[in-house]
Design a protein around this ligand. Structure first.
Ligand code: ADP
Length: 478
């Protein structure tokens, strides 16, 4: 089966979050099932080296205001198609935000162009290769089925994948012509979302099938609380919506070989983790202690619930715990965690920034990873935590609910616990979960058994890749 992925980021080339990890990993898993997958992403400056090695396979005289081309290149086991459009993507800084921290003002055009190019490849192919199915990811690729509708004729089916419904790509209706969209599509059954142009809305309304990244999130999306205004549409398309759990790249995330660790280890050599812990303590200015070392690796936004963690710090420290936090995002949260590391010097350490290596080290040396998200489509850091024996302490929502087995009495007796869950998602219950974690940590045998069990828990892509293939097949049957 030939598959075209359209997305705005792809690890290891360009990453701002979990989307990139998934786009970098699923194609490899699908390829091992026999699929031929090409991944279309914009050619941001970070990809300069990759572009230089690319072969031009398509050209656009004028793609929304300037010339563009598609360069094909194989790298890191992926067949990449890079949309090289300097007037849209050749800019310093973040791929989504300008220097003022706001969205680039032309983000509508930037990602309409990505979708348009995807639709073009879908119908015309590239050097004799045409996709059987297009998998569009998140709002940035949401217009793919809209442009396919406009092109008419025989077009491949589109599967739309929701990685996070909080980001919907809403733009003013006056932009319709600038985006090359026909007025006929601007209806509630098409691309209109309450008077605006909705990129994700378009993808959900016009695609053949819809997937999201965990079964629990798929169910949550049908409710007003989690559906963020699109729950009605999704309830209408319930038969076409399926939740497929994310996996992780087992090569990139392997405590036995990870270069970012001071000491590699496996379930049989857990003691070596202590060397990584000592390195974290040194880098985060923490005093060694007997209690558990918690870590956080996260965007600092209200989704991630870390404001609740701030409320729980007295309890965490009071129970002998320590915290190393790596993150960046909302300035207020950044400041609050820096303040906390001054107030609880030696017990709380904060590094503001985005640091891939440090994120690996934190997984390699911490005892537990805290993920108190208010909503979490899948979440990846708890999966890395499982694989690294860094027990996840998670809110019972979305993919967190689907991947961590809470250490309640029944699970402990049945020897299947792999972490700690809490619900409802409040500061009080998070505080309780932290206290429970500290109590479990004080029982070294119980804790070590949980670590080993967590490390055995399957977190790869095998099952999910097969599930994606089933969705593509059912999309083809439509
Ligand atoms: P989301 O996509 O909502 O940000 P996920 O848990 O799905 O959340 O994925 C987050 C990814 O980004 C993980 O790979 C995590 O390790 C990484 N990450 C998040 N914040 C940082 C950071 N400050 N430094 C390094 N990696 C980070």
């Amino acid at each position: 089966m030939n598959l075209l992925f359209v997305a705005s980021e792809c690890a290891p080339f360009v990453k701002t979050g979990g989307l990139a990890d998934v786009i970098g990993a699923v194609p490899k898993a699908l390829a091992s099932e026999g699929a031929d997958v090409r991944v279309l992403i914009p050619a941001y400056p970070a990809l300069a080296e990759l572009i230089a090695n690319g072969k031009t396979v398509a050209e656009f005289g004028d793609l929304f205001g300037g010339p563009a081309r598609i360069a094909a290149v194989e790298a890191e086991g992926l067949q990449m198609l890079l949309l090289d459009a300097p007037h849209l993507y050749d800019r310093p800084g973040s791929i989504y935000l300008g220097p003022n921290g706001q969205d680039w003002p032309d983000n509508d055009v930037r990602f309409a162009a990505l979708s348009y190019a995807g639709a073009q490849i879908a119908t015309e192919g590239i050097e004799g290769w045409t996709p059987d199915v297009v998998n569009a990811h998140d709002w940035q690729a949401g217009l793919v089925p809209a442009y396919l509708r406009q092109q008419g004729g025989r077009t491949p089916p589109v599967v739309m994948t929701i990685h996070n419904i909080a980001f919907q790509g809403l733009f003013d209706a006056t932009r319709l012509a600038a985006l090359g969209l026909q007025a006929e599509l601007f209806t509630p059954h098409g691309i209109e979302y309450f008077g605006k142009i909705g990129f994700l809305k378009a993808g959900l309304a016009l695609s053949e099938k819809i997937t999201t990244v965990s079964p629990t999130y798929a169910a949550e999306l049908l409710t007003p609380e989690f559906g963020m205004g699109l729950d009605g549409l999704l309830r209408g398309r319930q038969a076409d919506l399926i939740g497929i759990l994310n996996g992780i790249d087992l090569d990139a995330w392997d405590p036995g070989t990870d270069d970012a660790l001071v000491a590699n280890y496996s379930a049989r050599s857990l003691k070596a983790k202590a060397k990584n812990k000592a390195e974290i303590e040194a880098r985060f200015g923490l005093t060694p202690g007997d209690g558990p070392l918690f870590c956080v690796v996260s965007r600092l936004t209200s989704q991630k619930g870390l404001d609740m963690l701030l409320e729980c710090l007295p309890g965490l420290v009071g129970h002998g715990g320590r915290l190393a936090l790596l993150g960046s995002g909302e300035p207020e949260l950044e400041r609050a965690f820096i303040d906390a590391s001054n107030r609880y010097a030696g017990a709380v350490g904060t590094i503001i920034g985005y640091d891939e290596e440090m994120s690996h080290l934190l997984q390699g040396g911490s005892d537990a990873i805290l993920i108190p998200s208010r909503f979490e489509p899948c979440g990846l850091t708890q999966l890395y935590g499982l694989r690294y024996g860094t027990l996840p302490v998670v809110a019972r929502t979305g993919g967190l609910a689907d991947t961590v087995i809470d250490a309640n009495e029944a699970a402990l007796l049945a020897h299947c616990a792999t972490g700690v869950q809490f619900a409802p998602v409040t500061a009080t219950m998070l505080g309780h979960a932290i206290a429970r974690t500290c109590a479990l940590f004080a029982q070294p045998k119980v804790w070590a058994a949980m670590m080993r069990r967590a490390m055995r828990h399957p977190v790869g892509w095998d099952l999910s890749a097969a599930a994606y293939l089933d969705v593509y097949k059912s999309a083809l049957e439509r």
